[in-house]
Design a protein around this ligand. Structure first.
Ligand code: HEM
Length: 478
């Protein structure tokens, strides 16, 4: 039996990565120059990051510490894997930053939706969208989470025992349907196989575009631009269909409903004008994308990790049976499944579905004693942060006990950021956690999932962290 996850060739940290941090208040300047590679070493690290951002960034942190400066020509990039620095940038002084130029690729696809918008527009849109994600509202989605999972399970029960399947694909279809039911009051099931690859194409384009030092304008007739536009066309048709159907229902006198689409359609600005069509398209597409892909990745990774750790799988299944017996779980019962919750948290530590995010300074600042100038980029790699040995003993080991209340309290809050932090924290974090718990409680009660022999997980860092080529598993009846 394997005792630790087998996917990461992560280098070990030679010394405490916090050793270079400054204990003085954040705004006081440090005496020495910032840590970081120079000259040939910088080029070597840059090439390593382009080859594989997960390992490339991890290597730099292992070698230079938790707050590192990289000068790439006119572009200055700080790698922050220090909880104090992260808290400062994402929360305490968030007003000094915006999302970086590395979101430009995503902006080409999602326009000015909630993930990519800034300033006043972002504030207005967040206020509109947030009521769909209050605890009370999310509680009302739980029956839809459970129903969709039971329906998927019924379909699988009707097929063969010991079926080989790509669980990533299965989880994408499931969470895609759920987003349709809960946020947009529509059935998306029939479209999953068309829309999944379109989203993947868009994410690949966004990542390549953002990482390129020389950016080819999207209007140029290159194969990548052609594929991007084709994929975007699919997504636009989906959004157009979702909005058109709702308007037709409203025109027929149906109730406006209370979901996020109803809120977007009912929104009026100070002059009483509705949201313009482009903005509506950007918000709907953003929520469809952000609302299903990340959770599907978390679910697929969790099933994979549980199959590598059968002792934990047994504990989770015992908990599910002890709490909800042979029935579908209720929200109260899900709240009484701490082992399941910790397993999901540990899965998102090792394989964070959003593996990194960035901010760009819009005014000068001082972080951990180092001057940050306007235009500098600060990057957080959840992949690396979640492996920092100062906060995570035996970082590569799978140990959900790290997430007991006592151990969480003993750790800096910003050492674990699967959902980001501060004002731009994931608006769907609670939705995602409850959805993941509900789906796993249903599926693990009815099936056992085992990694297919010879399969090796290759995490692929696009904008999100995805399993390259899917996750091949055997699904057996319990
Ligand atoms: C396990 C699942 C999920 C993970 C790991 C995740 C992670 C994240 C992270 C890290 C951010 C912040 C990015 C940054 O600061 O640059 C974010 C933002 C966001 N997420 Fe999620 N997310 C998940 C599920 C969801 C769901 C289910 C929804 C919607 C239904 C959603 C909607 C959003 C939106 C709209 C934003 C932008 C918020 C803003 O800037 O105001 N996410 N997510």
């Amino acid at each position: 039996m394997r005792t630790s996850s087998d996917f990461s060739p992560a280098p070990t940290f030679p010394s405490s990565p916090k050793s270079q941090a400054v204990s003085a208040p954040t705004r006081e300047l440090a005496k020495g120059p910032p840590a970081g590679p120079r000259g040939l070493s910088l080029l070597r690290h840059h090439a390593a990051i382009l080859r594989n951002p997960l390992d490339g960034i991890h290597e730099i942190s292992a070698r230079y510490g938790s707050f590192v400066r990289l000068d790439w020509g006119p572009l200055v990039f700080w790698l922050a894997n220090d909880p104090d620095a992260i808290k400062h940038v994402l929360l305490d002084n968030a007003k000094a930053y915006r999302k970086s130029r590395n979101y430009d690729g995503l902006r080409l696809a999602l326009g000015q939706g909630l993930v990519t918008s800034e300033a006043e527009l972002w504030k207005t849109q967040r206020k509109l969208v947030a009521p769909a994600f209050t605890p009370g509202r999310i509680a009302r989605y739980v029956p839809a989470f459970v129903k969709a999972a039971e329906e998927a399970a019924d379909g699988w029960r009707a097929s063969t025992d010991r079926a080989r399947t790509d669980v990533h694909h299965d989880m994408m279809s499931l969470t895609f349907r759920i987003v349709g039911h809960t946020l947009f009051g529509t059935e998306l099931g029939g479209e999953a196989d068309r829309i999944g690859p379109a989203f993947e194409e868009v994410l690949r384009f966004a990542e390549d575009y953002s990482m390129s030092l020389v950016r080819i304008p999207p209007s140029w007739p290159t194969p990548a631009n052609y594929r991007f536009k084709k994929a975007l066309g699919e997504l636009d048709r989906l959004v157009e269909r979702i909005v058109r159907e709702r308007r037709e229902r409203l025109a027929k006198g149906h109730d406006a409903g209370e979901d996020v689409l109803a809120a977007l359609l009912a929104a009026r600005d100070d002059d009483g004008r509705p949201m313009d069509e482009a903005q509506l398209r950007d918000e709907v597409l953003t929520l469809v994308g952000a609302g299903h892909e990340t959770t599907a990745n978390a679910l697929a990774f969790t099933l994979y990790l549980l199959s590598l750790h059968p002792d934990w799988e047994r504990r989770v299944v015992e908990e599910i049976h002890a709490v909800s017996g042979d029935r579908s779980p209720t929200i109260e019962e899900l709240a009484r499944m701490p082992i399941l919750e910790r397993v999901i948290e540990e899965s998102m530590r090792l394989l964070p579905p959003v593996w990194g995010f960035e901010r760009q300074a819009i005014e000068s600042d001082v972080v951990l004693g180092h001057r940050i100038e306007k235009g500098h980029i600060i990057g957080v790699s959840a992949w690396t942060l979640h492996r920092m040995p100062d906060y995570w003993e035996n970082p590569e080991g799978f140990d959900p006990e790290r997430f007991t209340a006592e151990r969480k309290k003993a750790r800096p809050r910003f050492a674990y950021v699967p959902f980001g932090a501060g004002p731009r924290i994931c608006v769907g974090a609670s939705f995602a956690m409850l959805e993941a718990k509900a789906i796993l409680a249903v599926l693990l009660r009815r099936f056992r999932f085992e990694v297919t022999s010879g399969y090796r997980l290759v995490p692929e860092p696009l904008v999100t962290l995805r399993p390259k080529g899917g996750i091949s598993m055997t699904r057996s009846f319990r």
